[in-house]
Each structure stands twice: as structure tokens, then as C-alpha cells.
Design a binder for this molecule. Structure first.
Ligand code: DC
Length: 219
């Protein structure tokens, strides 16, 4: 029987770092669903589609084939046969993904893919609707959050370490805006599943959060 851990929460709460660590410790597969929404968003940008052009997004979603594979434990996202890992972490893609992930055809296609992946293997899957929609029967559900200020500081430090100039205020404003979009869309908005455990990582280390989640796993 495959085992599943669902981790949902807003951007920058530490979901992917923690999910990766848990997957490694438990020998499960880590599935980053946000990367799939990002790959779709890249396709829309490259097709000249603007955020909010829902009909065009629905049409183009049918043409965008998103798949994933693993290399040395790292998830690779393929868009129509092209490895797009290096192209999906830009601000432009983040913004488009937040907008185009509200489209029902985009969600339907990616949710089906995510459910098929979790049937085959034990997984740690992170996203916004994993506990509420993709894996409603997940063995463990976590809602991982942190204050918008702490999340902005983390992102600021990440970008500064890469030598990119950025403003903490602008980052925090973007985070608040994206949270609002993700939490207020009509289909599968970001919210805590009734049976999810709430963890606030603002004052916890990555190891502490990962251990707290592993302690909840009985399988
Ligand atoms: O986790 P992330 O920042 O890589 O996600 C990119 C966008 O995709 C984010 O704005 C919300 C959306 N998303 C979603 O709607 N559902 C998911 N399961 C994962 C991400």
C-alpha cells in the first residue's frame, strides 16, 4: 500500500524544503505540484497569452503536456518534451502561475496527473489543494504556514545570496498579493483541510518541522 503525506500552505512557508527532507528520510518520492503549475504558466507566457485570458488559457492547456521524472532524487519537469526546471522560478512565471492556476482546465489536467503519481508510489506532495482535493485520503495532512514577514525575509535572503538585488517591502507585498489570489479563487482555494495539522514554521527550524511531521506518520 502506498503512503501519502500532503503538505499545503502559502508560498515561502518552507513546504518544498521540508517535503524534500521528509521524502529523503522516509524513502518516499517528493512531488512538487507548484512546479507543474509553473510549467503550464511558462507555456502560456511563451504562447503570448496574458494573465486572465481564460479562454485562451483553457485552449492552450490542452496543448501543454507536463510530465515529471527524477534525476539523482531531483524532480525534473518536462513541458512538451523539454526540461524546463531552469525556467520556471522567475517572478514572471510566479505571477502567471498564481493567475493561471485558477483556471479549471489547468487544474483538472494537473490534478489527474498528481493523483496518478500518488497511486503508484509513497509520496510527499506539496501544493495548495493536496489535502483538500488531490489526496483527500492522505495518511497525514499538514497545513504549513509562517507570517508573511518571515516568508518575505526568507525569500529576500535567498535572492540576496544569489546576488540578485531586491527589496524586502516589494517581496512582502508580492507574497501578500499572491496569498490573496491563492486563497480567494473559486476552484480549490488554498485553505486548511479539516483534518490537517496546522504547523507554523515562523519560529521553527527545518529539522524541527520535518521531525514534527515524521512523528505524525505511523506508516
Ligand atoms: O508552490 P509554488 O509557488 O511553486 O506554486 C506556484 C503557483 O501554483 C502558486 O501561485 C499556486 C499554484 N498552485 C496551485 O494552485 N495548486 C497547487 N497544488 C500548487 C501550486
Amino acid at each position: 500500500m502506498s503512503y501519502s503525506i500532503a503538505i499545503d500552505g502559502p508560498a515561502g512557508a518552507g513546504k518544498s524544503t521540508i517535503a524534500k527532507l521528509i521524502a529523503k528520510k522516509k524513502g518516499y518520492i517528493y512531488i512538487d505540484t507548484g512546479a507543474m503549475y509553473r510549467a503550464m504558466a511558462l507555456y502560456f507566457i511563451e504562447s503570448g497569452i496574458k494573465a486572465g485570458e481564460q479562454d485562451k488559457i483553457s485552449e492552450a492547456a490542452a496543448e501543454a503536456d507536463v510530465t515529471i521524472s527524477y534525476e539523482n532524487g531531483e524532480q525534473i519537469v518536462w513541458l512538451n518534451g523539454r526540461n524546463v526546471n531552469g525556467l520556471i522560478r522567475t517572478e514572471e512565471v510566479s505571477k502567471m502561475a498564481s493567475s493561471s492556476s485558477a483556471n479549471k482546465d489547468v487544474r483538472k489536467k494537473l490534478v489527474e496527473l498528481q493523483q496518478a503519481l500518488a497511486q503508484k508510489e509513497s509520496v510527499v506532495m506539496d501544493g495548495r489543494d493536496i489535502g483538500t482535493c488531490v489526496l483527500p485520503n492522505a495518511n497525514v495532512k499538514i497545513y504549513l504556514t509562517a507570517s508573511s514577514h518571515v516568508r518575505a525575509v526568507r525569500r529576500y535572503e535567498e535572492l540576496s545570496a544569489k546576488g540578485e538585488s531586491c527589496s524586502l517591502e516589494v517581496i512582502e507585498k508580492d507574497i501578500i498579493e499572491r496569498d490573496y489570489q491563492d486563497m480567494h479563487r473559486e476552484i480549490s482555494p488554498l485553505k486548511q483541510a479539516e483534518d490537517a495539522v496546522l504547523l507554523d514554521s515562523s519560529d521553527m527550524t527545518i529539522e524541527e518541522v520535518a521531525d514534527a511531521i515524521i512523528n505524525l506518520c505511523k506508516g
